[in-house]
Every structure is written in structure tokens, then in C-alpha cells.
Ligand binder design. Structure first.
Ligand code: DQQ
Length: 463
């Protein structure tokens, strides 16, 4: 895989095989622990285990032994599905879903999270609440509340829509069902919510869910208390169409950090042939914006990856500048670009060009369109490989008076992650075929735009 041009160098992924959701995110004794849905038997979803990795600095990761494997004859014999980790008075505890049927199980570790012992009384929740006709019952999210514990389980009520079911427990072993914490209309937000995560963000609570069949994650900002949640605001976690099932942790610097699964955008056959599938996103630091939406930033630790730099200032763009970096930065780079606020007659579109071949046969564009106030990622020419997904994914990004477009972009071979103006995320996957699809540039179409500054760095690998 060392010669695999699509395999990321500084994003986390297992040494081989399939990975999907992040699980059990927790900082323990100073270290960041990342568990993940993992199939040791190939680059396809099946025989789901919990992989495990540890980081001191949020940038470099060390692979630890598999944390959970299905137990033949046990409630998780068909897979250890998603869940969370909590510190139970010093005893690390994983709470996860066994499948067929979906039940909730726990496991504990007494050796600093190296090995895990499943609770003999598993499952701790054997069935959905009586009388509820549910469309799924999985992905527990657990937190301490006073002397008790609370759990949310991702679910859906047949005929109604996605829901999260609230439970309480004195000891993580005995659980009492309370009620749905939130149920929404399936026409708008899907019929089943996977991977709920509820957390305090400044003075509000945020509930994140991944609804079927939306294939993207959404959040609600609201007020939580007395076992009730009142949503006030709704938003999209990432508009790129590849970021799913995120989870968060609170670290010792009081930062709420989120990771998500970046799924592939090529055929199943290509994934199996590559021998790996699925990438973990970079961590994102969450904040609460003054308009009640969630704000996003990449953590400063990632600047440790920076190598050779290219810097440009004050460029007026009136067409396409396909290569500002002299192609020196390769396939693993970071770009920070600031465009000037546009005037009354802006270009129809402007933005960045990434992974571009000299003749433009292959290129990916991050495009801002002032008329529609939309930011999008255009993959229609990202790859000459007909099997790779080609589309345009956009999201509203109204700019304030006097505010210019500010893009923070990470490119890592087949991964592109964008945060725009601290309030919109777009993650995507691309599979350029040409060796020379290495150009990084900027463009304006149908008018001119001003690129105030652009700084780009070649990034180091983490392994
Ligand atoms: N992935 C897990 C489930 C979850 C889904 C299975 C979301 O627990 O609902 O691998 O991607």
C-alpha cells in the first residue's frame, strides 16, 4: 500500500481492511483514545470488531490491539456495532451494540484500556421498550448525570420518524427506559437515527444524529434538562456527502473535538482491490456561534505537520490559475486562502482548484457563487476513472457585508476536507488517475475576484 496513490498519509486509518464509524472517543490519562468499527477480514463491511488507536498529540497515532471481537454464541456474535466509552470512577467502560437482534452490551478494562472483558450479564439492555415499534435500536451514547447515568439509543418509530430513546441507570448495568428525547418527522430527517451524540457546548446542548436515509449527519442545538431536550436550531455537520456517524469528546483543554467517518467514493470492487476502505476525518474543534449554529475549526496541533511553504498575496484572478505552487507540494498539503470581500459586480464564481493536471483534464474545484451564496465542491472532473463518484455538492454560505471567503483546506491524496469561514464544512473523496494531477491554484469565472492571501504547505505523514 506504500505505493497506493489514494491512501492518505496524515489521516488516521487502520494498517489495512475496512473501517467505518469512530467509536468510544475518550481522553484517558492524557491520551486520546480512538476506537473504530473495523473488519479484520477485508476491505468491506462485515465481521465488525472495535479497532483501537491512541494519540498523545492529536496528530500521530499508535495502533493498539483490537478492543472488541464478536464472541461466538454471545449477543455480539454477529458484530460489535457502534457505541461509546465512559470512565466509571476510574474503570474504563465501553458501551456498544450487539446485533441480530440489536442489544446493548458493556465491557471493562483494568489494564489501562489495553484489553477488555465483556460483562457476563450482557446484554444490559436486551430489547427495545415494550410497545414501541422501532426501526433500529443501536449506537448507545452514555454520560454521567449527578449520581446516575443516562443513555441515548439511536432508533426510529415506525410511521413517525427518527428518534433517540433515553434511559437511566445507577451503575451502567441496570437500565430503565424513560422516553424518547426527540422524535422528528421522517419526511425531513429520516426514519432511523444512527449514532446519536449529546453534549454541552458552551451554554447550549447539541444533539448530533446520522439519519437513514439521508447519508449525512445533522445537529440540533437546544436546551437539555430534566430528561427533556428542546431543539432551537438545526444544521448540517458537513455538506460534502462523505462525512458520517461522527462522535465527540471533551478534552483536558475543554475543547469539544469531533471525528467522523469519511467513506469512499469508488466502487466496492475498487475498495476490496485496494485492500483498505474508510478514513477517519481530522478532528474538528466545535464552538457555538452567535447565531446559535455550530462553528468549526481545525485544531492548532495540526500545524506540526507543516513542511515546505508556498505563499502568494494580492492576486487578481480573472480566469484560471491552475498552478500557484509549482506542483511542489505533492498530494498531502494544507491551504489557507483568503479572498477579498466582493463588490457589487462580483465574478460569477471563484475559488480554489486542487489536484489539477496541467491541461485541466483532471481537477477538483472549491467554488463560491455570489449570486446564490453557495459554496460547493465540484468533482465532475476529479478523476478520469469512470467508477469514481462525480458530482457537485453545495451548501448555503451567505457572507456578511465586508466579509471575504476564507477557506481552510486539507488535501491528503483521496481526501479533501474544507472549513469555510469557520461555519461550514465540506469533506469529499477524489481519485485522480494522472501522475501529474498535482496542481493547486485559484480561479475566477465571469468576472474577477481578488485573492488577498494564500499560504500552502506540504504536509508530513504521521506514520
Ligand atoms: N455503523 C454501525 C452501526 C451504525 C452504523 C455498524 C452507522 O452501529 O448504526 O458498523 O454507520
Amino acid at each position: 500500500m506504500a505505493t497506493d496513490r489514494h491512501r492518505p498519509e496524515y489521516h488516521f486509518l487502520p494498517p489495512a481492511n475496512w473501517m467505518n464509524d469512530p467509536n468510544g472517543l475518550i481522553q484517558y490519562r492524557g491520551d486520546y483514545h480512538l476506537f473504530y468499527q473495523y473488519n479484520p477480514n477485508g476491505a468491506f463491511h462485515g465481521t465488525i470488531h472495535w479497532g483501537h488507536a491512541v494519540s498523545r498529540d492529536l496528530v500521530h497515532w499508535e495502533h493498539w490491539p483490537i478492543a472488541l471481537a464478536p464472541t461466538p454464541g454471545g449477543p455480539d456474535q454477529d458484530g460489535c456495532y457502534s457505541g461509546c466509552a465512559v470512565d466509571h470512577d476510574g474503570l474504563p467502560t465501553l458501551v456498544y451494540t450487539g446485533v441480530q437482534p440489536q442489544t446493548q452490551c458493556i465491557a471493562t478494562s483494568t489494564d489501562g484500556m489495553r484489553t477488555w472483558t465483556k460483562h457476563e450479564g450482557n446484554p444490559v439492555i436486551a430489547a427495545p421498550p415494550e410497545g414501541l415499534d422501532v426501526a433500529g435500536f443501536r449506537d448507545p451514547c452514555v454520560w454521567r448525570e449527578g449520581d446516575e447515568w443516562r443513555m441515548l439509543i439511536g432508533s426510529g418509530i415506525q410511521g413517525l420518524g427518527g428518534t433517540v430513546l433515553l434511559y437511566r441507570s445507577p451503575d451502567l448495568r441496570h437500565w430503565e427506559y424513560l422516553q424518547p428525547l426527540l422524535t422528528c418527522d421522517q419526511c425531513q430527517t429520516g426514519h432511523m437515527w444512527e449514532c446519536p451524540d449529546l453534549f454541552l457546548l458552551e451554554h447550549k446542548h447539541v444533539l448530533v444524529v446520522s439519519p437513514i436515509p439521508l447519508r449525512r449527519s445533522i445537529y440540533f442545538v437546544g436546551a437539555y434538562g430534566d430528561d427533556a431536550f428542546v431543539p432551537e436550531n438545526r444544521g448540517e455537520v458537513d455538506a460534502g456527502g462523505h462525512f458520517y456517524a461522527p462522535q465527540t469528546l471533551l478534552d483536558d483543554r475543554n475543547r469539544r473535538l469531533m471525528w467522523g467517518w469519511l467513506w469512499e467514493g469508488r466502487s466496492k470492487e475498487a475498495q476490496v482491490a485496494a485492500g483498505w476502505a474508510g478514513v477517519m476525518s481530522l478532528p474538528r474543534v466545535l464552538s457555538l456561534l452567535s447565531n446559535g449554529a455550530v462553528g468549526w475549526a481545525f485544531p492548532e496541533e495540526l500545524t506540526a505537520l507543516r513542511g515546505e511553504e508556498v505563499a502568494r498575496e494580492g492576486l487578481t484572478l480573472s480566469s484560471q490559475e491552475r498552478d500557484l505552487s509549482g506542483r511542489r507540494l505533492g498530494q498531502a498539503l494544507e491551504v489557507v486562502a483568503r479572498f477579498a470581500p466582493h463588490g457589487d459586480e462580483p465574478a460569477q464564481a471563484y475559488g480554489l482548484v486542487l489536484c489539477a493536471s496541467p491541461d485541466g483534464q483532471e481537477e477538483t474545484r472549491i467554488v463560491y457563487e455570489p449570486a446564490t451564496e453557495t459554496l460547493s465542491v465540484d468533482r465532475t472532473r476529479s478523476s478520469l476513472d469512470g467508477e469514481a463518484v462525480r458530482d457537485v455538492r453545495g451548501t448555503p454560505l451567505p457572507l456578511e457585508e465586508g466579509e471575504g471567503l476564507a477557506l481552510h483546506v486539507y488535501v491528503d491524496h483521496s481526501v479533501i476536507e474544507v472549513i469555510a469561514n469557520g461555519r461550514t464544512c465540506l469533506s469529499t473523496r477524489i481519485y485522480p488517475t494522472r501522475e501529474d494531477s498535482l496542481g493547486m491554484g485559484a480561479f475566477a469565472a465571469g468576472g474577477s475576484a481578488s485573492l488577498e492571501s494564500l499560504r500552502a504547505w506540504r504536509l508530513k505523514g504521521i506514520w
